[in-house]
Ligand binder design. Structure first.
Ligand code: GLN
Length: 196
């Protein structure tokens, strides 16, 4: 089956590897530039976007990753991964490295301390999907070329797609439901996936 990388510098790597396997792909941890070779897709997991950005810089992965994305490598970013992909982070740390390939603006940790983590049933392509939100970023603006695939409790976008870039502010790898990973493999990366 196709090799799909999971960026393995920090964050929730193992759960994505498991979800990819359930959806029919061969998930492989990626921690250096050589690991990007020959991938059919890449997952940027949740975790801490500022830490992950610093580690990308330290491991000399920022430029190779930007080049791979510019070359059309399909990518799924979840939570901190969505922040990394965003063009604009309204409360990012000064100098926080971003990949900037997804035309959205996000506010980190925007759901507030009281409800820093919550679950909400989402509507994903007409079917309910359990949304697990953990200190989630809030999407505050989407560009013209960005498709909204799911909305949160207040109508805000929580799953978006721009061509080969798919991103969620929630954690599909933690809900035991691999339909979003299957969608990524099939519709975004053009790979065979186990049917949902
Ligand atoms: N709040 C984190 C950040 O800004 C994301 C949290 C997560 O990935 N669960 O990077």
């Amino acid at each position: 089956s196709a090799r799909v990388g999971v960026l393995a510098l920090q964050g929730g790597v193992r759960e994505h590897l498991t979800a990819l396997a359930s959806a029919g792909a061969d998930g492989v941890p990626v921690a250096d530039e050589a690991g990007l070779d020959g991938l059919a897709g890449l997952v940027l997991p949740g975790g801490e976007s500022t830490t992950m950005g610093r580690l990308l810089a330290r491991f000399a992965l920022l430029d190779p990753l930007r080049a791979a994305l510019a070359d059309g490598l399909p990518v799924l970013g979840t939570c901190a991964g969505l922040v990394l992909l965003a063009r604009e982070v309204t409360d990012g740390l000064p100098g926080q490295p971003l990949l900037g390939t997804l035309d959205i603006a996000v506010r980190r940790n925007a759901y507030g301390s009281q409800v820093a983590s919550f679950e909400a049933e989402l509507d994903l392509a007409g079917a309910p999907f359990p949304g697990v939100f953990i200190r989630a970023p809030r999407i505050e603006r989407v560009g013209d070329g960005v498709e909204v695939l799911a909305r949160g409790p207040a109508g805000e976008p929580v799953a978006v797609r721009q061509g080969g870039v798919l991103a969620t502010s929630f954690h599909p790898e933690l809900s035991g439901d691999e339909r979003l990973h299957a969608y990524f493999l099939r519709e975004v990366a053009g790979l065979p996936a186990v049917p949902a």
